[in-house]
Design a protein around this ligand. Structure first.
Ligand code: ATP
Ligand code: MG
Length: 281
């Protein structure tokens, strides 16, 4: 199944999140099947990342956004962990520090964008500046409403410099969120993840959905697409994200660099070294 086509937000398309079923699992009825495909994809991703790193010319920026307990951390753990940490980095964004607030909203983002050859995963991102900031009136509407345009320009600039930008909204239902919070209460080793704030934010669910709808509609572009991933079932979420990432990276057509030495000459040197070793025996 072509998940890129199925889940992409078409540029300019006005989307309605309540029309997208977070329980969707396609024709993959079986969790086991899904998990097997995901681990095959994760292996492919590791190979693709090796090429990206070796090529050292392009880069990949993966943006993850979701409501609390939406599965950002789980996606990173399941889909992206086979990548080599040498060329891969996760960057989380909390509420901005006093220093960060003294700058434009993209300042803290741009400085941690990927360098050549790197895969960077944003766990939250500059989209918070049109999500939480809008829902809680942290800046006036006249300020946040211009940010969609700035974000599009920023991402366009990254793309022009060979950074592929791909964005995932992990779509869960309000009920699923409550279930996941409940699970955290039940499991002692998840207590650290619980905050009273999470329950308060739920009161703003509809405002968040409206803010997400605008962000997804206004900032999904041909070069930097948004995908809405049905995420009530974690295994399907992992499958869809991994599938889309494999296809995106395959499209990037990385090429291993040509050797800088004459391999035949090096082979001769190696053979001579083996001869010396053998003579010593
Ligand atoms: P997560 O919920 O992503 O797993 P966490 O629970 O470890 O992370 P939180 O304390 O929830 O950490 O940190 C993220 C918080 O920071 C979120 O509530 C988010 O809305 C807020 N945040 C991120 N960026 C901004 C921003 N630009 N302005 C205001 N708040 C922001
Ligand atoms: Mg949180």
């Amino acid at each position: 199944m072509n998940y890129r086509k199925m889940f992409v937000v078409k540029p300019g398309e006005k989307i309605r999140l309540d029309k997208i079923d977070p329980d969707f699992t396609d024709d993959v009825s079986n969790k086991q099947d899904g998990a097997e495909k995901t681990s095959a994809n994760a292996q492919l991703l590791a190979d693709l990342q090796y090429k990206l790193y070796a090529e050292n010319r392009q880069s990949l920026l993966i943006i993850l956004q979701a409501m609390d307990a939406g599965g950002k951390d789980g996606t990173i753990a399941h889909v992206l962990s086979p990548m080599n940490p040498q060329g891969c980095r996760v960057q989380g964004f909390k509420a901005p520090s006093a220093d960060e607030l003294e700058h434009d909203f993209l300042w803290r983002i741009h400085r941690v964008a990927p360098r050549n050859g790197e895969v960077v995963i944003f766990n939250r991102s500059h989209y918070e500046d049109v999500l939480v900031v809008r829902v809680h009136d942290l800046v006036p509407q006249s300020v946040w409403s211009r940010r969609y345009e700035f974000i599009n320009d920023f991402e366009k600039m990254l793309t022009a410099r060979r950074t592929r930008v791909v964005k995932f909204f992990l779509h869960i239902s309000k009920e699923e969120q409550l279930k996941r919070f409940e699970k955290r209460l039940d499991e002692k080793d998840k207590h650290w993840k619980i905050s009273a704030g999470d329950y308060q934010e739920r009161q703003y669910w509809d405002d968040y959905m409206a803010a997400f709808e605008d962000a997804l509609s206004r900032c999904s572009t041909a070069d930097a697409p948004w995908y809405v991933i049905p995420s009530n079932h974690k295994w399907f979420r992992n499958l869809a994200v991994s599938q889309i990432l494999v296809e995106t990276m395959q499209d990037m057509k990385m090429a291993l660099p040509k050797p800088t030495v004459n391999i035949e000459e090096i082979r001769k040197l190696a053979a001579a070294e083996w001869d010396k070793m053998k003579k010593k025996e």
